[in-house]
Design a protein around this ligand. Structure first.
Ligand SMILES: *Cc1c(COP(=O)(O)O)cnc(C)c1O
Length: 425
C-alpha cells in the first residue's frame, strides 16, 4: 500500500480540516436560523447519504441500455428506478432525470423545439418568471426572440386574456408557464388552451411547486402541458438536480436534447439521490408535508398582513409570499440583510411594477418549505411574522441591538427543531 493511497482513505476532518469546519459551520447556521428562502429546503439524511457516494466515480453518457462506456450494470438500474419513480409519481409518459439543474433542463427544452431566433413566450422576470424563460441577460433571451407576459397591476395575478392576446400576436413556438415568485396557483388548463389555439408547445416549469404537485397540494400540469420541467431540490426536497417530464410524443426529442445535445455524463450520485427523494415523495407523510407547507404559508401571510405588510395578490395559494415593503419605509435589500442578522434568512425580490432597481427592489420573497420540513406548524407562523415585523422596524430605525436580540430568540426557538444531517457537538 503506497502512502499516496493511504492518504485517500483518511476522513475529511484530517484531510481538510478547513473545509470540514466550514461544512460544520454551515450546518450550525442552517440549524440556528429560520430559513425562509422559497427555493430552499432540508433534504433527508437518506438523500444526503446517496449524494455522498462513489456513484460519482462513474461515467454513463447515454441512457440505460444505450451507453457509450462499459460497466453500467449498476448505474442503469439506478437510473431506471429514478425514471420509473418520476413517471409514477407525476403520472407522466416519459421522464429524463439527467439535467444537471433547472436551468440546463430548460435550455434542453429550447434545443428540443426551437432554432435560434424562434419565438418563445414566458413570464417576465420582474413579474415572477425565471431567467431561463427568455429574460434578456440569459442565453434564452439572447438567442431566441422572447415575448413576456406579466401580472395585473391590481390583481397581482396572471391575466390569461393578456397571455392569449400576446400569443395570437407573436405566435411563439414555446410557451412557458410557472416561475420563481408566483404566490398563486398556475392555471395549467388555461395556458394549455392558449398553446393549442396557437400551435405552441406548453412547457410547465414547476421547479418551485413540484413537491406541492407530488403531494396533491397544487394541481398537476400533466395532461395539460406536453412538457414539464422541474428542479428536484426545492419543494420536492431532493438533491440539486432536475427532471424533464413529457408525453410519449416528445420523449425522443427531449432525450436527444439533454444528451448529446447539451450535456455529457449524468451525475449518477445525484440520480441515486433523486430516486431516493422520489420514493420519499410517494409516501403518505409527504402529502401531509405538502399540505402543511401551504397551511403554513397561509398562516404566515395572515400574520404579516395583520402587521401591515402589503402582500402581492393579497396572499398565497402555495409555499410562497411576496411582500412589498413600500409602506414599511424600507427597501427589500436592507430589510433582507437586517433579517439575516436577526436569524431570519430570506431574499430581497422585485415586486411586479417595482419602482426601485432590481439590485435594491421593494420586496421580500418568503417561502415555507424549509420550516415545514423542520416540523414547524401553523401555530409557529405568527411568531415568525412577529419576528419579521420587529426586525423590519428595527432595520428601518437602524437599531442593530434589536436585531441581535431577535437572533437570540430565534436561535433558542430553532433548538426545538433539529435538522437532518447535522448535530451540535
Ligand atoms: C429555480 C428555478 C429554475 C432553475 O433552477 P437552477 O437549478 O437554479 O438552475 C428554473 N425555473 C424556475 C421556475 C425556478 O424556480
Amino acid at each position: 500500500m503506497t502512502d499516496a493511497y493511504t492518504e485517500l482513505t483518511a476522513d475529511l476532518a484530517s484531510v481538510d480540516p478547513q473545509i470540514e469546519r466550514l461544512i460544520d459551520a454551515e450546518g450550525r447556521r442552517q440549524s440556528e436560523k429560520i430559513r425562509l428562502i422559497a427555493s430552499e429546503n432540508y433534504v433527508s439524511e437518506a438523500v444526503l447519504e446517496a449524494t455522498g457516494t462513489l456513484l460519482t466515480n462513474k461515467y454513463s453518457e447515454g441512457y440505460a441500455g444505450r451507453r457509450y462506456y462499459e460497466g453500467q450494470q449498476v448505474i442503469d438500474q439506478v437510473e431506471e428506478i429514478a425514471v420509473q419513480r418520476a413517471k409514477t409519481l407525476f403520472g407522466a409518459d416519459h421522464a429524463n432525470v439527467q439535467p444537471y439543474s433547472g436551468s440546463p433542463a430548460n435550455l434542453a427544452v429550447y434545443l428540443a423545439f426551437l432554432k435560434p431566433g424562434d419565438t418563445v413566450m414566458g413570464m417576465g422576470l420582474p413579474m415572477g418568471g425565471h431567467l431561463t424563460h427568455g429574460w434578456s441577460v440569459s442565453a434564452t433571451g439572447k438567442w431566441f426572440n422572447a415575448v413576456h407576459y406579466g401580472v395585473g397591476k391590481e390583481s397581482g395575478r396572471v391575466d390569461l386574456d393578456e397571455v392569449a392576446q400576446l400569443a395570437a400576436e407573436h405566435k411563439p413556438k414555446l410557451i412557458f408557464c410557472g416561475g420563481t415568485a408566483i404566490p398563486r396557483t398556475v392555471d395549467f388548463a388555461g395556458f394549455a388552451q392558449i398553446a393549442k389555439d396557437n400551435d405552441a408547445v406548453l412547457v410547465a416549469d414547476i421547479a418551485h411547486i413540484a413537491g406541492l404537485v407530488a403531494g396533491g397540494a397544487h394541481p398537476s400540469p400533466i395532461g395539460h402541458a406536453e412538457v414539464v420541467t422541474t428542479t428536484t431540490h426545492k419543494t420536492l426536497r431532493g438533491p440539486r438536480g432536475a427532471m424533464i417530464l413529457s408525453n410519449a410524443e416528445h420523449a425522443k426529442a427531449i432525450d436527444k436534447a439533454v444528451f448529446p445535445g447539451l450535456q455529457g455524463g449524468p451525475h449518477n450520485h445525484t440520480t441515486a439521490a433523486i430516486a431516493v427523494a422520489l420514493k420519499e415523495a410517494a409516501q403518505e407523510t409527504f402529502k401531509t408535508y405538502a399540505h402543511q407547507i401551504v397551511a403554513n404559508a397561509k398562516a404566515l401571510a395572515e400574520g404579516l398582513s395583520s402587521r401591515g405588510f402589503d402582500l402581492v395578490s393579497g396572499g398565497t395559494d402555495n409555499h410562497l409570499i411576496l411582500a412589498d415593503l413600500t409602506k414599511k419605509d424600507i427597501g427589500g435589500k436592507p430589510a433582507a440583510k437586517a433579517l439575516d442578522r436577526a436569524g431570519i434568512e430570506l431574499n430581497f425580490n422585485t415586486v411586479p411594477y417595482d419602482t426601485r432597481k432590481p439590485f435594491d427592489p421593494s420586496g421580500l420573497r418568503i417561502g415555507t418549505s424549509a420550516v415545514t420540513t423542520r416540523g414547524m406548524g401553523t401555530q409557529d407562523m405568527d411568531k415568525i411574522a412577529e419576528w419579521i415585523d420587529r426586525a423590519v422596524l428595527a432595520a428601518r430605525d437602524e437599531k442593530e441591538d434589536a436585531l441581535d436580540a431577535i437572533a437570540g430568540e430565534v436561535r433558542e426557538f430553532c433548538g426545538s427543531f433539529p435538522i437532518p444531517g447535522w448535530h451540535a457537538n
